[in-house]
Design a protein. Structure first.
Length: 351
């Protein structure tokens, strides 16, 4: 973040109370550490996993962290967690594509109903701002995880549309793969290399957006301090093929010609991901590092859809991992080295 943005965040966040759903996950723990450094008064860590909470409590010894056991499916536990909060980061979700394919009803309960519970509880508690974290898989969704995340977005936007006088601003961020996050492919590649096993690729030509955890945190801050109700924010990001990513990770660990085994696409996987649809790109504001898509706040006047159609720009395309900036192996290595854990592994490999 630039110095100007950091000052703004410090000024606004300092001494406030922040609740993080899914607070023990990769994003939650990263933003918690960042918030502590900015002088927050307290952070409510809300999750259903007491083992991860205990590990986080031991890892981060700070009395400003308060832990709440519960589940976003349970509205009562959500209400307790957001009570007294000024800001809410909603990161709790079922995120694994194959798991949601086999258990779609569980994805609905967590990603859709759970998000509704968080938004309603936050509004009743007088929270100033709620940012809900979404994914590129919500655009033209072909899998259950993306479908439920798309419905989560619609739930957040419906609250903003139906409650124009609410004191709570609900907005959305949408991003692609967060590098080195829990369950992502990079830690798997590293483990396979360390174990002397071949790197397993689903489809070498598959492309994915690449973003660091810190960039995902910056995106959420941008939403907190710039959003109007119902706004959707996307951070511009480069992409690489899965094969390029695998070879970049291997090269950083001293293996320039890794053995690669293609295993085929998993349930529900796309060849390319989309961060913004063509329809959203038409309406978006280009804010430099970010796109902002404002809420469609039209009412249910159906005659508008039949008598007063909107003019669309035919030349606008979707914003996808196929047509964004494409990174080479060397460029991907440079991006990977911005991740502290990978930089440390690289230093050990060349020592």
């Amino acid at each position: 973040m630039s110095e100007k943005k950091t000052v703004t965040v410090n000024h606004t966040i300092k001494d406030s109370v922040v609740a993080i759903t899914g607070g023990t996950g990769s994003f939650g723990s990263t933003i918690a550490m960042d918030l502590l450094s900015k002088g927050v008064g307290a952070i409510h860590i809300f999750s259903r996993d007491e083992a991860k909470q205990d590990a986080m409590r031991r890892r981060i010894d700070d009395p400003r962290l308060r832990y709440f056991i519960g589940d976003v499916r349970d509205a009562d536990s959500v209400r307790r967690a957001v009570s007294g909060a000024d800001f809410v980061f909603h990161a709790a979700a079922l995120k694994q594509v194959p798991s949601c394919e086999f258990f779609p009803e569980q994805a609905v309960k967590t990603n859709v109903r759970g998000s509704y519970n968080v938004i309603e509880a936050a509004a009743k508690a007088g929270v100033r701002s709620v940012v809900c974290l979404s994914t590129d898989k919500a655009v033209y969704p072909v899998n259950a995880m993306g479908m439920t995340k798309a419905l989560m977005e619609k739930t957040a936007q419906a609250f903003a549309r139906n409650n124009p006088r609410s004191a709570t601003t609900v907005s959305l961020t949408r991003y692609g793969n967060v590098m080195y996050s829990r369950g992502s492919v990079i830690p798997l590649f590293i483990q396979q290399l360390q174990d002397g096993k071949p790197l397993t690729l689903t489809e070498p030509l598959m492309t994915r957006f690449l973003m660091s955890l810190q960039q995902s945190v910056d995106l959420v801050y941008h939403a907190f301090f710039h959003a109007m109700p119902g706004d959707l924010f996307v951070r511009k990001a480069p992409a690489s093929t899965v094969e390029t990513l695998a070879r970049a990770v291997a090269s950083l660990l001293g293996e320039d010609d890794p053995e690669i085994r293609v295993i085929g696409s998993r349930h529900g996987e796309k060849l390319h991901e989309t961060l913004l649809s063509r329809e959203e790109m038409v309406e978006s504001d280009d804010q430099g590092e970010y796109f902002r898509v404002p809420l469609d706040a039209r009412s249910l006047q159906y005659e508008l859809f039949f008598d007063e159609g909107e003019t669309r720009t035919a030349t606008v395309s979707d914003y996808t991992s196929e047509n964004t900036e494409r990174l080479s192996v060397e460029e991907t290595k440079d991006l990977l080295l911005t991740i502290p854990e990978i930089a440390a592994l690289f230093e050990r490999s060349v020592a």
